[in-house]
Write a protein that binds this ligand. Structure first.
Ligand SMILES: Cc1cc2nc3c(=O)[nH]c(=O)nc-3n(C[C@H](O)[C@H](O)[C@H](O)COP(=O)(O)OP(=O)(O)OC[C@H]3O[C@@H](n4cnc5c(N)ncnc54)[C@H](O)[C@@H]3O)c2cc1C
Length: 495
């Protein structure tokens, strides 16, 4: 791979091949095409699922999306917790067709600079990413507070929003516990829209469609990539092999460089399936790290009842993790307890019942992993996976403690509240935030890719989705993954 090959962008030369049109692949394509690099995007789906959305004055009046392409219980065997789920879709725009659009930035501490455990230290810092967060946010359109608070840096905001006055005593109380209470940063775009998609931002409609007329961009739909083909003499990957899902015909496409953004577990599967005599355990897997350190956010949802009424939040409210180190590695999002309450928010009604979603964290360990089954294949001819995953007692205890913490915050504000359930059900994979299985680390002993998302052992392959996360801080991951993808494309362009 030479810089000239990549930069020239002439159709006579091999393009950069991107696999996947979800938020990360689309962001990578946008960044390369913007620099006149010739890109071919291979997408397994035929396009995005049908959908529709009407928003007026920031309120969603109608929303529909066809969820029949969404899968969670097929294509794998759960080898630890039998409840394990794996949400994914083979469709243009990937999971952004279904997402909520919560886009908190990671904070400087989230990159592990203070950790004493070498295995958990990211090779890049918040400062390395700051400018790329801005690019991703400009592509998305973020509604948020423009003010930074500890543990939650400010986004580049397209529509500023503030906390309702009556929630301020709760915010002041939270601060005495070391937390901040702010509007959740959301990818909401314009307050007024009538569009043919089910979410305010999805990467197919908002990014890929806009690239299609660009002469540097080619899109191949129904292209299900099964293998990256290693060329031993040149010491690089020469081509990607894919099946055309509309005809069943197998094809090969050459590339100068390969950018993998198929979603955390699909990207891992693709590398594991790309075996050769130099890499018998999967492409670039020199130290048996590929597939390991899988992590996800333990996710809990519970109803909270308050003694006094508070405005029902039209826009969800986010309570950050505590500033006290090692305490409550979790975030709380306070929203509506039921979609039936949505119309009440249009007229500013108050209520005493809210829905609280909590994301916790877990320590990534090599035991939690994705691996290939020996012989079984799925409907796309892909190997079936084993997913060995689950939460330990300390993770569960942390999630239980988050209930007491939030009720203590409300009590100290003079508004007693109770959690209206004693049930706790933490389903692995339910937060749809898998990451870590092609992790980023300076050392190949602890990671597959370097800080530019390049495989340590394969110079012309980068992986740019949440699979490269070294750890899983309690924040929703997509914005950070898009920023990492943008930064990696800068590195590719410079190489
Ligand atoms: C209900 C729901 C709510 C969510 N809410 C949030 C939220 O509020 N905030 C947040 O940060 N995240 C949220 N997420 C998660 C978020 O959607 C994902 O993190 C994000 O979409 C991941 O982006 P990606 O590009 O890495 O992968 P994906 O979105 O999974 O896209 C992968 C793409 O690769 C394609 N592909 C896969 N395999 C192949 C192959 N072999 N060959 C060719 N193409 C392939 C797929 O068709 C798809 O287009 C939510 C998810 C769901 C389901």
């Amino acid at each position: 791979m030479t810089g000239r090959n990549i930069r020239a962008g002439s159709s006579a030369e091999d393009p950069v091949i991107i696999v996947g049109s979800g938020p990360c692949g689309a962001m990578a394509a946008l960044e390369l095409v913007r620099r006149s690099v010739h890109v071919t995007l291979l997408e397994s789906g035929p396009g995005a699922p049908r959908g529709g959305l009407v928003r007026v004055g920031g309120h969603p009046l109608f929303r529909y999306v066809d969820d029949s392409p969404l899968r969670w219980d097929t294509g794998f065997t759960a080898t630890n917790d039998p409840e394990t789920a794996w949400y994914r879709t083979l469709a243009g725009g990937g999971l952004s067709n279904y997402w909520t659009g919560a886009v908190p930035r990671f904070s400087p501490a989230d990159f592990g600079s203070a950790t004493t455990d070498e295995a958990h230290r990211w090779p890049l810092s918040y400062e390395d990413l700051a400018v790329y967060y801005e690019r991703a946010e400009n592509a998305i359109g973020v509604t948020a507070s423009p003010e930074a608070v500890p543990n939650l840096p400010a986004n580049t905001v397209s529509k500023p929003i503030d906390l309702a006055e009556q929630w301020r005593p709760i915010a002041q109380s939270a601060a005495t516990f070391g937390h901040d209470l702010v509007p959740m940063p959301l990818a909401k775009g314009s307050p007024h829209m009538a569009v043919g998609r089910g979410t305010e931002f999805n990467s197919w409609h908002n990014i890929v469609n806009g690239l299609e007329k660009n002469p540097h961009f080619s899109l191949v739909t129904n292209a299900h990539v099964q293998r990256l083909d290693w060329d031993a003499p040149s010491g690089r990957v020469a081509s990607a092999s894919y099946v055309d899902r509309s005809t069943g015909v197998e094809r090969t496409i050459r590339g100068a460089a390969f950018v993998i953004a198929a979603g955390a577990i699909n990207s891992t599967k693709l590398l594991l399936a790309s075996r050769s005599s130099d890499f018998p355990d999967g492409l670039g897997n020199t130290h048996d790290v590929l597939g390991r350190y899988l992590h996800d956010h333990p996710k809990d949802w519970w109803p909270l009842e308050t003694r006094a009424p508070l405005p029902l939040p039209a826009h969800p409210i986010y309570m950050t993790r505590s500033v006290h180190q090692n305490e409550f590695a979790a975030s709380w999002t306070v929203g509506l307890a039921s979609s039936r309450d949505r119309p009440k928010t249009y007229v500013g009604r108050s209520g005493t019942r809210f829905g609280v979603q909590v994301f916790g964290t877990m320590e990534p360990t090599p035991e939690h992993r994705v691996s290939l089954q020996d012989r079984a294949t799925d409907e796309n001819g892909d190997p079936v996976l084993n997913i060995h995953f689950g939460y330990d007692q300390s993770t569960i205890d942390n999630m239980l403690a988050t209930r007491e913490r939030l009720t203590a915050v409300f009590a100290a504000a003079g508004i007693p509240a109770r959690v209206a359930t004693s049930d706790i059900s933490l389903t692995p994979g339910e937060s749809v935030h898998y990451g870590g299985s092609i992790r980023m680390h300076d050392s190949p002993e602890f990671g597959m890719v370097d800080k530019d998302c390049r495989l340590h052992a394969v110079p012309n392959v980068q992986v740019v989705d949440t699979s490269v996360f070294t750890t899983g801080p309690e924040k929703n991951p997509t914005l950070t993954a898009m920023a990492i993808a943008a930064r990696a494309m800068d590195a590719l362009h410079r190489s």
